[in-house]
Design a protein around this ligand. Structure first.
Ligand SMILES: [Zn+2]
Length: 176
């Protein structure tokens, strides 16, 4: 599968506690070697994402789509930024959080969109299979059931497995 690799970085989960000097907490690129913060012993959090080079913005909103270029290494992004900074351009390097599953799903769905004749039917089948694994069609949207996206996902899944999950079991992975 042709997917872009992601960068990772880590930081102390307690670094924003009031009354502490946030610069002393453990933070860095890649996966952490120690398990806890060397300053406060707090648990470390590892994030995946990309380093993006952006035109500087006053509002601080740096969305992935707006990046001039993205990198998996901060130093490579910094080098590129220096090479492309000219008169009248103000480029900055910013971290873009990207979940690994978002990256993998995007690549998988792009492959399916090219190969599947009935993309809608395929997507409905995939969602039904996931719902079956989770135990109910409602489980897919329980985090935020009221949104319009949730209601469309719900229609797609329940149109496939039945409004009372009657056919859910057929979609359980490994079911005949
Ligand atoms: Zn800490």
């Amino acid at each position: 599968m042709n997917r872009q690799k992601l960068a990772s970085r880590h930081y102390c989960s307690l670094r924003d506690r009031p009354g502490q000097l946030s610069g002393l907490h453990t933070a860095g690129n890649g996966k952490p070697r120690p398990k806890t913060c060397t300053y406060c012993r707090g648990p470390l959090v590892t994030e995946t994402g990309l380093w993006g080079v952006f035109e500087w913005r006053g509002d601080g909103r740096y969305r992935r789509e707006a990046a001039e270029k993205t990198f998996t290494r901060e130093l490579a992004a910094e080098d590129w930024r220096l090479d492309h900074t000219g008169a009248g351009t103000s480029l900055v390097v910013r971290w873009i959080p990207v979940d690994a599953w978002t990256e993998e799903a995007t690549a998988a769905i792009a492959a399916a969109a090219r190969a599947e004749h009935d993309f809608g039917g395929w997507l409905a089948m995939v969602l039904a299979t996931v719902a079956a694994g989770l135990g109910s069609s409602d489980a897919l949207i329980e985090g935020r059931p009221g949104s319009w996206e949730a209601s469309l996902v719900d229609q797609l899944v329940k149109g496939t497995v039945g409004y009372g999950d009657e056919s859910l079991a057929h979609y359980r992975p490994g079911a005949q």
